[in-house]
Design a protein around this ligand. Structure first.
Ligand code: PEP
Ligand code: MN
Length: 427
């Protein structure tokens, strides 16, 4: 899936927010119908004129938090939806997500102590674009429609699947409303000073991300932290070409087939010079966050050669952030009560084992886990279950399966999960 690593850096062209346009997008671009192209162009121009959603000074703060996490002097908690819904831009739902993150941060801080501050980031205020394994979907009635690609692109219902450029602008206003809630609640009624909650999303929809990137200063002002997904991290691809120029810290998901050569090439690309003339200081530690999402029982096979190669390379240290979600997803048939609907789920105990294994393997190389990346919500949903199909097939549970995409830990599952991870971190 991921082609050759030998792209000579000296032959790279100068970076600009649009330089990715001459690299392949490897099939994840949104196929806007031709009749919407004029509207897409107008919408992107409008987005480029809007004020920053996140200030560059905040992005600089987050970048130094990531540098500290790469040195083992901070811990990064990232949590939120797989696919954020416009319908969830409510005071109550965003409030529940914030409360959960704050409580998780308190648990981690108690365990890690003052020397390792915890910084909190939500997959929120912009996590509206999704990659899909199949870009088109055939419905039970035989119709072929676009797959759901996130609320920035289309709707989850079969009737709303045509990509609509206007949704990009809706996404911006939803993000603004969520950011307002995140910042206005910093000073709570209980007068307790809250930690800032930074925001992150997958940098997937490149025309959108480009519109929200300042060309001269190279900040993507739509989020503090952006990551490139497992499906779009090809070395010759458009997504890494876009990400390499950003001043924001950048995450890269790494799956079970990732080779040490690929990781070295990714780190070199993202922390190397922008072009052969560029003299600016680049590539500080923590500029890149590696996000293994391997699946249980893979860490001890996949990670040691990668860790060895990084240590031998002399490249600036990345943050290691464990995503125990995406390698442990499986589909279950929810049975006749739900007309045989198939849903995706995850077992929290399996996910915890993956975290434990990643901590252990990193530890063997003297590296500390620098972050945890979870799909979660503060709501009382039933999406991840240890009892699997039996539980999901009860009708009361199926109403509580609300995710637009991957299954999330519920508020209580996610808090308990972090309590257990906190114990592992100080063992
Ligand atoms: C995600 O984080 O929702 C996602 C799609 O992850 P990955 O790229 O690791 O599959
Ligand atoms: Mn997901």
């Amino acid at each position: 899936m991921h082609p050759s690593t030998d792209i000579p850096l000296t032959q790279r062209r100068a970076w600009s927010p649009t330089s990715w346009q001459s690299s392949p997008t490897h099939a994840q671009q949104v196929l806007y119908p031709p009749h919407t192209h004029p509207l897409l162009a107008i919408t992107l121009a409008r987005l480029a004129d809007l004020p920053p959603l996140v200030n560059p000074s905040t992005i600089d703060t987050v970048r130094s938090n990531h540098a500290a996490a790469a040195r083992g002097e901070a811990f990064l908690l990232v949590g939120g939806d797989c696919a954020e819904s416009f319908d969830d831009t409510t005071d109550a739902i965003v409030g529940l997500k914030m409360d959960l993150l704050n409580r998780q941060a308190e648990v981690l801080e108690r365990a890690l102590g003052e020397k390792v501050p915890v910084h909190v980031t939500a997959r929120l205020a912009g996590q509206y674009s999704k990659p899909r394994s199949q870009l088109m979907e055939t419905l039970v009635d035989g119709r072929t429609v676009h797959a759901f690609r996130g609320h920035n692109v289309n709707g989850a219902s079969a009737e709303d699947r045509e990509p609509d450029p206007r949704k990009l602008l809706h996404g911006w206003w939803h993000a603004l409303a969520v950011l307002h809630k995140l910042s206005s609640s910093l000073m709570n009624t209980d007068k307790k000073q809250r930690k800032p909650i930074y925001t992150a999303h997958e940098a997937l929809h490149l025309p959108l991300e480009t519109a929200l990137t300042t060309p001269t200063t190279r900040y993507n002002t739509s989020a503090a932290f952006l990551w490139i997904g497992e499906r779009t991290r090809q070395l010759d691809g458009a997504h890494l070409e876009y990400a390499r120029g950003l001043r924001n810290p950048v995450g890269v998901k790494i799956g079970p087939t990732t080779t040490p050569e690929e990781v070295i090439a990714v780190l070199t690309l993202l922390s190397g010079p922008l072009d052969s003339k560029e003299g600016e200081e680049r590539g500080e530690e923590g500029k890149v966050t590696l996000i293994p999402r391997l699946g249980v029982d893979k860490a001890s096979i996949v990670l040691p050669p990668i860790l060895r190669a990084i240590q031998a390379s002399g490249l600036p240290a990345p943050v290691w952030m464990c995503d125990p979600c995406h390698g442990n997803t499986f589909a279950v048939d929810t049975g006749p009560e739900n007309n045989g609907a198939v849903v995706k789920t995850r077992c929290p105990t399996t996910m915890l084992r993956e975290v434990e294994q990643v901590i252990e393997v990193l530890g063997e190389f003297g590296v500390q886990l620098g972050g945890l990346h979870l799909e979660q919500t503060g709501e009382d949903v039933v999406e991840c279950v240890d009892k699997g199909v039996l539980f999901l097939s009860s009708s009361s549970s199926s109403e509580r399966y609300k995710s637009l995409c991957d299954p999330r830990l519920s508020g209580s599952q996610a808090l308990e999960f972090v309590e257990k991870v906190a114990e592992m971190l100080v063992k």
